[in-house]
Design a protein around this ligand. Structure first.
Ligand code: ZN
Length: 432
């Protein structure tokens, strides 16, 4: 299912530690009664690098790190200075986001690896740590892996320096021009009550609300059309947004990254902090922003899947269409992704232009066929590197996976039943 990208076609994510790689777009069979598509997928963006922060704006003139010293200098053979087998979970790693260009690897990989540094290095300067870790990574990662971040950066740079935007006002956050007043008011009040007052929750964990002004939707649609036209005219090979959509465009790739980062930080994170705290809602720190297009001459529908995000914002931009309902079927962890849907988890939702749906990335969902017209949605996959790091050490996800929750309750029920039985037995013994 993976689509060809121009620069990088790999679909693995590079967020994991060096010992763990997360496969993308894994098909799994679903048992029991399910929505039409019968295989659930993990959808990833095509870009192998999981982090979507380009540092072009933040780091353009930054000083490059000096070339790393030869290995003998940074990798002492003395055993106390070797990398540790187990991470120091109490250590709070530095952020390497602004060093992406120099590093040549995902900055998140550096933050993850930092916990494994020899104790003596843990509090060294960020540059020393980065040097040390670069040496390790260069020895173990493949050529392809090493080049991917760099390739994607060049790809983005090439687009941004050649593409002429149509509506420049879209490229910086102008909240009062973008959002409807009710949404702005709720976010500025920033309370559970204020959010609840503008949102409906048609099924637990799925929130729907008025969000974008019609004018903003029109401008964004025109901008995407303009970008597609440029792609067509210049025959530029673009990467599609993820492993399941053939049509659509990554907004971050043609300059909208800064604006979308603001959207996540100032609007989506406050809401997620309230409604999705157990999946890293308060620590969302990177995003993948894109549009997808549905219609008879586009992608028609979208199979049952989970997103590569902690929280997903899905806003309908237009245009005229029929069909295309979203269906939701409950939140599941990786282990339970194919487990049966409970009746109360079934939700079919009709998208309306300007309205947003916000849900956990692990909320299983899909889209039915758009039977006429064109339906275009803005998607913002919001991620938390802290949550992803923590998840590696956990097995029980009863905080958010409905199936883990059911299993836990069942274990408790059985334990209570066993205790009761034991008490009855003892009473019987005492009586006889
Ligand atoms: Zn589970």
């Amino acid at each position: 299912m993976s689509q060809d990208g121009a620069a990088a076609t790999a679909t693995t994510t590079a967020s994991a530690t060096v010992t763990e790689r997360v496969p993308a777009a894994v098909d799994r069979r679903i048992s029991g009664p399910q929505p039409p598509a019968n295989a659930i997928r993990n959808v990833n963006n095509n870009n192998g690098s999981r982090t979507d922060k380009s540092n072009s704006s933040k780091n353009g003139n930054g000083a490059l790190m000096p070339p790393p010293p030869p290995p003998s200098q940074v990798l002492p053979t003395d055993s106390s200075n070797r990398i540790r087998l187990n991470p120091n979970v109490d250590h709070k790693p530095d952020s390497y986001e602004d060093m992406e260009l120099e590093l040549g690897f995902s900055p998140l990989l550096f933050s993850s690896l930092e916990r494994y540094l020899p104790p003596a290095l843990l509090n060294a300067s960020r540059n020393s740590k980065a040097n040390y870790m670069s040496q390790i990574l260069l020895r173990y990662s493949t050529e392809g892996e090493r080049n991917r971040v760099q390739k994607h950066k060049e790809y983005r740079q090439k687009i941004i320096s050649n593409y002429q935007p149509l509506h420049r006002e879209l490229y910086a956050m102008h909240a009062s021009n973008f959002f409807v007043p009710s949404f702005l008011k709720a976010v500025s009040e920033n309370t559970v009550e204020s959010f609840r007052s503008v949102m409906s929750e048609p099924s637990p964990g799925v929130f729907a609300f008025e969000m974008l002004q019609p004018r903003f939707c029109e401008m964004l649609l025109a901008e995407v059309e303009n970008f597609e036209k440029w792609v067509h005219e210049t025959k530029f090979r673009i990467m599609r947004p993820n492993t399941m959509n053939k049509y659509g465009a990554v907004l971050d790739d043609f300059g909208l990254e800064t604006m979308l980062d603001k959207l996540m930080e100032e609007f989506i994170r406050p809401i997620s902090r309230v409604f999705f705290p157990e999946v890293g809602g308060s620590s969302l720190d990177t995003h993948h922003g894109f549009v997808v297009e549905y219609g008879m001459d586009r992608d028609v529908d979208l199979g049952f899947h989970v997103d590569d995000s902690e929280v997903t914002l899905n806003v309908c931009l237009g245009k005229q269409f029929s069909g295309g309902e979203l269906f939701f079927r409950g939140v599941r962890c990786e282990k339970h992704v194919n487990s049966e849907t409970q009746p109360e988890e079934i939700l079919d939702y009709s998208h309306v232009p300007g309205r947003a749906v916000l849900h956990r990335g692990r909320h299983r969902h899909g889209a039915r066929a758009t039977t006429s017209g064109h339906r275009i949605n803005l998607l913002l996959w919001c991620r938390s590197s802290v949550f992803r790091e923590m998840r590696k050490y956990q097995k029980d996800f009863s905080g958010w996976c409905a199936e883990c929750q059911r299993e836990k309750k069942e274990r408790q029920r059985q334990s209570v039943a066993a205790t009761k039985l034991e008490l009855l037995r003892r009473e019987g013994e005492a009586a006889s």
